[in-house]
Design a protein around this ligand. Structure first.
Ligand code: WTA
Length: 655
């Protein structure tokens, strides 16, 4: 296989100027980590972070898998991202170039971002919010959103950002789980020329019950949505902060202090609150921004992710700012006013590093192929020097297009594999070092000990597919699942590997010759739709919560050309199986119901109705058969254990 691989070596001029130049430099870093693991991370933590109290201990494994990093050191993340840059003379440097949905551009310098952050931090303090309290953030892409996160970090409050596309029910569940004291939101968000409500959804969430912990709702004014303000509870952010000082003493916290909780889907139950630390997280956010993105003083960096996802946390709010970079924050969507928006913005702002998701690339390819005006060739993209991809596997065809048409054949592409739980890049090329192979995320980041093993944790030879694990703890790893340490252990450090290896939840294979990793997809019941993680059980619960209609539901994924995977639901109703227009109407009703329970991103693309689901004699749903049906494949598997084989024909019909 290796012979057929197309390999792209790093361009010589790129490598020469890169933070990590050449494979020998990469290997030397790996070697350093191998020889003295703690020494390696300790050295980098001193180089990249300014500590209030220096740490004396790097790693504490006494309570494994609850690892502690730099535990006796104290620091403040917002100090590291803002004040420190100003002290280094970057006060007037642009930190954020904000482009609104409608195209208005606002530039915010480091000094201005610090002032804003401090005012919000003082506002939060004036409401009695302090170290250890949780604060929800439910806001669209905005300078206020980034500043709100930084403000929480400044006073030691743990933030939990909920993506603006999640429903009131999802928001309510997260509020209840975190026990947050306050929510920061906006009256609305603007996307694709439309104002969509945010504050109204917060009101609805709070009305669903279980949110008694919430004392204050802070509302940023973005549009002209008319909102009722509940006296004593709701405050306009402007009213709260106007007149407050633009300086604010940071709360120096221990390295292990929880910087944030971010909810993500697992294979069972409700989304879990992934808890991240302060010191270890910041180290990896800064280090990966430096080495993977090769960020330099004069770069304009653009990560298109939303701050509601981990990618937006690490590569918008924290990593680039920790290094004193200039970055784009974009409010809108890639297809408004047309599908050339990304290319136009790269041209207008002279973006040099661009990081996006394969789904976005695939949908923009379709648009570009249909219309030259939105093709990258119609724009001047010569400012670009590096491209990145994240969230799902990038298929080689999309990779080649991205490389040729966006990167002009000259920009390396870093295909970065990582997860909400890992805090930052885990397997990724370093652009000045690693020869690239489309479709492979190549090799582990220096110091990260990923391996492919069998079910009991034995190493597999290269060329054999297996389970992706990490053999050693790393600084930015998940610390626990908020409020559920047992679930943390069971999910990530299962007994199958004697509790010693971190289980990523993905399958992987290493190339026989190069050892390069290719991720083969989730090995659990987690789907990846447009780079968004969705648990099949979550969607099933949402469907059956439509109690007047649904008796039973099973959800599986099927491959989709644009979104990577698509959600396919098999549903048994409490009434006779519908067909034709009636089936369409009920399917729509169920889609809307899922949208309300979780959010529009969880709406199944296909819904099929049956009198029953394929089950074994002991009543277990045979999901592998459903996966084949969803793909439209003929059933070739063994169906001898199936109780009701006739059901397969019925479910095979698309209604
Ligand atoms: C998938 C997003 C292949 C994978 C940062 C992982 C990828 C899940 C890649 C995490 C990649 C992410 N190649 N698959 N480069 N990046 N994934 O938590 O299945 O939203 O487990 O974090 O996305 O998704 P999450």
């Amino acid at each position: 296989m290796s012979e057929e691989l197309k390999v792209y070596a790093p361009p010589a001029d790129f490598a020469a100027a890169a933070h990590v130049n050449g494979m020998a430099a990469y290997e030397a870093l790996c070697k350093e980590a191998e020889t003295d693991y703690e020494g390696y991370w300790g050295r980098l933590a001193k180089e990249l972070i300014t500590w209030k109290t220096p740490f004396t201990k790097v790693l504490n494994e006494a309570e494994a898998p609850f690892f502690k990093w730099f535990e006796d050191g104290t620091l403040n993340v917002s100090y590291n991202c803002l004040d420190r840059n100003i002290e280094r003379g970057l006060g007037d440097k642009t930190a954020i170039i904000f482009e609104a949905d409608g195209g208005e551009v606002t530039k915010v310098s480091y000094s201005e971002l610090l002032a804003k952050t401090c005012q919000i931090a003082n506002g939060l303090r004036s409401l009695g919010i302090k170290k250890g309290d949780r604060v929800m953030i439910y806001i669209a892409m905005s300078v206020d959103g980034v500043a709100a996160m930084q403000a929480c970090a400044r006073i030691g409050a743990t933030h939990s950002v909920v993506f603006g596309g999640f429903s009131a029910q999802s928001l309510r569940d997260r509020i209840e789980d975190t026990g947050a004291k306050a929510i920061i939101t906006a009256d609305c968000q603007v996307r694709g020329g439309k104002q969509l409500p945010l504050k109204a959804i917060v009101d609805e969430a709070l009305g669903l019950g279980g949110c008694d912990s919430i004392q204050k709702v802070l509302v940023v004014k973005r549009g002209d949505a008319k909102n009722a303000m509940t006296a004593g509870r709701d405050v306009w952010m402007d009213d709260l902060v106007s007149g407050l000082p633009t300086t604010c003493e940071p709360e120096w916290v221990e390295a292990e202090h929880p910087l944030f909780l971010l909810y993500t889907s697992g294979s069972t139950g409700k989304p879990k609150g992934v808890q991240h630390s302060t010191g270890g997280y910041l180290l990896h956010a800064a280090l990966t921004t430096k080495w993977t993105f090769d960020l330099k003083a004069d770069d304009v960096f653009w990560c298109t992710a939303d701050i509601g996802w981990v990618t937006g946390h690490t590569y918008i709010t924290y990593g680039p700012l920790a290094l004193g970079g200039t970055e784009i924050v974009f409010e809108g969507v890639p297809t408004y006013p047309d599908a050339g928006r990304f290319w136009k913005m790269i041209q207008d702002h002279k973006v040099s590093i661009f990081y996006t998701a394969p789904t976005a690339i695939r949908s923009l390819i379709k648009a570009a192929e249909a219309n030259d005006a939105v093709h990258p060739k119609s724009y001047d993209l010569s400012s670009l020097r590096l491209l990145g991809s994240v969230g799902e596997p990038i298929n080689p065809a999309a990779w080649e297009w991205y490389h040729q048409h966006v990167g002009g054949g000259r920009c390396p592409i870093v295909d970065t594999f990582w997860q909400t739980e890992t805090g930052g890049h885990m397997i990724t090329p370093l652009p000045g070092a690693t020869p690239l192979v489309p479709g492979s995320c190549t090799l582990p980041f220096p110091g990260i000990q990923f391996a492919v093993v069998d079910e009991v944790g034995n190493d597999l030879p290269w060329g054999k597919g297996g389970i992706l694990v990490c053999k050693k703890p790393w600084p930015s790893m998940i610390r626990t699942i908020w409020g559920d340490p047992e679930r943390f252990k069971k999910s990530y450090y299962p007994e199958d590997f004697k509790g010693k290896y971190y289980l990523a939840g993905d399958g992987a294979i290493r190339d026989e010759k190069t050892g390069y990793f290719t991720i083969t997809g989730r090995i659990d019941d987690v789907l990846n739709v447009s780079g968004h993680r969705m648990g099949t059980m979550e969607i099933e619960s949402a469907l059956v919560s439509c109690t007047e209609l649904v008796a039973e539901a099973a959800v599986v994924g099927r491959p989709d050309d644009t979104t990577g995977e698509a959600i396919c639901a098999f549903v048994v109703l409490k009434r006779p199986r519908p067909t034709g227009d009636e089936a369409k109407a009920i399917a729509k009703q169920l889609r809307d119901h899922v949208g309300k329970e979780i959010g529009p991103i969880a709406k199944p693309k296909d819904i099929r109705f049956g009198d029953n689901l394929p089950k074994t004699r002991s009543g277990k749903i045979m999901r592998r058969l459903l996966r084949s049906l969803a793909k439209g494949e003929a059933i070739t598997q063994d169906t001898s254990t199936l109780e009701n084989p006739a059901i397969l024909d019925q479910l095979g019909e698309n209604n």
